[in-house]
Design a protein around this ligand. Structure first.
Ligand code: TNX
Length: 513
């Protein structure tokens, strides 16, 4: 009797203190489907319960935005609401985000420890916290017992990326996509720890970025797109909005002005820049390699200087991409002359020059980045000149390639790229003569000749980008197709919840309900 009273009393006391008396649900952190696979993970077999009372604490004001972001991501997954509060010290209960200089194995590294009461996410900088938040989001499991509960399995994770540059490219020239579409791409990609958005801003079919000193680039050059639609462009304010949005998600925007080829839209606007004898007209087809700037005229370098100056001023990241691909009507020595002069201009504005692999023919060096897409020889030449390589092998990473011969959009000139073809390869072993230390990272380009809507984007990007994200982040020994396809299967539900119109490959045992 006395015992019972005591028990009731202490129970009452606990309730008064607001301590819930649930028994932790056993769970296994190792069987959670994390993509990219983390470097180190230990499971301790129990779980932390998430409910309306769970608070996200942040160590300082600078982390408030990230705390809010986590609470929003968790809310959209669970339907629960989570408060965000400031707390200098780790709380005894809840979720805690804190800066810790010792989590410094690599840039973007983070450490996660989860017990039955508290989850602590630590990183040396906010970028690491952001990556860790994406992991937390993926560890949340819906437990369906007598009642449904949202839990996070207990254990610990220490994680960091293999490559510092993990990008996705969107061609907004062949078909234009507005600011909201671009933001959605950033959000979806950032969930998988992608940290670069490359915008292919100019091409034969349209010039998509306002340049104040050369206004006809957009008033004339942005008026159409592939198929004859109305095209469009970003004002500098809109571009800054994209850069700021990306920055909040620790994504760097890399703007590309494709030159000296792929410049039909520019030379229609300013015929004095035209390096061919033919009069240029607005173009809505899909051929490549017919246009060039006048590489030996000074006005061209005034143009390049103005464009790079204005673009650099609104680009926060270190990179400016100058294109340099498929300049089929530019003579080789004119091409080299053009790249060399452009390199000096990019340098003058304190940016790092990136260019497609043909650029390796010019006088490039350790300050530059060569983006491998077509030719091993070019990429190796770039490395021999000291440049870093960004890997975008068209046979593995081109998101505009069809999945199989029945895919309703996309091209097939490089390959048919099923989900396994996109995933099952090793960046370090791709090209003989290019080793891990030569590789800056990986990037998945989406060219949009056949891509007209956000649904089209989603269909070609997902799920292949998710596999590329793992290639760029995870250790080679943690990557395995059999494991990956089971983990990806679970992400089907997540993609569906976010309304992503992804390709439901038959190779994946999707768990979509
Ligand atoms: C090649 S990749 C191109 C693009 C096209 C793409 C279509 C590269 C540097 N140039 O201009 O859009 O193929 O797949």
């Amino acid at each position: 009797m006395i015992k019972k009273t005591m028990a009731a009393l202490s129970m009452g006391l606990l309730m008064q203190l607001g301590v819930s008396c649930h028994k932790p649900i056993p769970a296994n952190l190792s069987s959670v489907s994390l993509i990219p696979a983390p470097v180190e993970l230990n499971s301790s077999g129990s779980s932390l319960l998430l409910d309306e009372g769970t608070t996200v604490y942040v160590q300082n004001d600078d982390l408030k935005g990230l705390g809010t972001l986590l609470s929003e991501q968790m809310a959209s997954l669970t339907g629960l609401e989570f408060n965000v509060e400031l707390s200098k010290n780790a709380p005894s209960k809840g979720i805690y985000l804190a800066i810790d200089a010792e989590v410094n194995v690599a840039e973007e590294a983070y450490a996660l420890t989860i017990n039955e009461k508290v989850l602590v996410l630590k990183a040396a900088n906010p970028a690491g916290i952001f990556r860790g938040i994406q992991t937390i989001d993926q560890t949340i499991v819906k437990h369906e017992g007598e009642t449904t509960a949202w839990i996070i399995p207990t254990g610990s994770i220490v994680d960091y990326p293999q490559y510092e540059y993990r990008g996705v490219m969107l061609d907004v020239s062949r078909h234009f996509f507005g600011v909201e579409d671009v933001k959605r791409v950033i959000d979806l990609a950032a969930n998988y720890k992608i940290n670069v958005l490359h915008l292919h801003l100019t091409d034969d079919q349209g010039w998509r970025i306002e340049i104040k000193s050369w206004p006809k680039l957009t008033s004339v050059g942005a008026q159409t797109q592939v198929g004859g639609g109305e095209g469009g462009f970003y004002t500098q304010e809109q571009f800054k909005e994209i850069v700021a949005y990306a920055k909040e998600r620790f994504v760097t925007v890399v703007p590309e002005i494709d030159m000296p080829g792929h410049t039909n839209a520019a030379v229609v606007a300013y015929p004095e820049l035209n390096g061919t004898k033919k009069k240029a007209e607005l173009y809505t087809g899909t051929k490549v390699g017919f246009s060039t700037l006048a590489t030996r005229k000074e006005v061209t370098y005034q143009f390049v200087d103005d464009v790079i100056r204005e673009l650099s001023a609104i680009t926060e990241g270190p990179y400016i991409h100058i294109g340099g691909d498929e300049s089929h009507v530019t003579k080789e020595d004119d091409y080299v002359y053009f790249i060399n002069r452009t390199k000096a201009i990019v340098k003058k504005y304190n940016k790092t020059m990136v260019g497609w692999d043909e650029m390796a023919h010019a006088a490039i060096d350790a300050a530059d980045v060569v983006q491998y897409w077509a030719k091993d020889k070019n990429a190796v030449m770039g490395v021999e000149k000291g440049a870093k390589v960004l890997l975008s092998p068209s046979k593995r990473m081109y998101l505009d390639m069809k999945y199989d011969s029945t895919t309703h959009i996309g091209l097939d000139w490089a390959a048919l790229i099923e989900v396994d073809q996109a995933y099952n390869w090793d960046p370090e072993k791709l090209v003989e003569g290019i080793d891990k230390e030569d590789i800056l990272g990986l990037e998945s380009p989406l060219w949009t000749e056949t891509v007209e809507t956000m649904d089209d984007i989603e269909y070609l990007v997902f799920p292949r980008l998710i596999g590329h994200a793992e290639l760029g982040w995870s250790l080679p020994e943690k990557r395995d197709w059999e494991s990956y396809k089971k983990r990806l299967a679970v992400h089907g539900k997540r993609l569906k919840n976010k309304g992503v119109d992804f390709y439901q490959s038959k190779l994946i045992p999707w768990e979509i309900e």
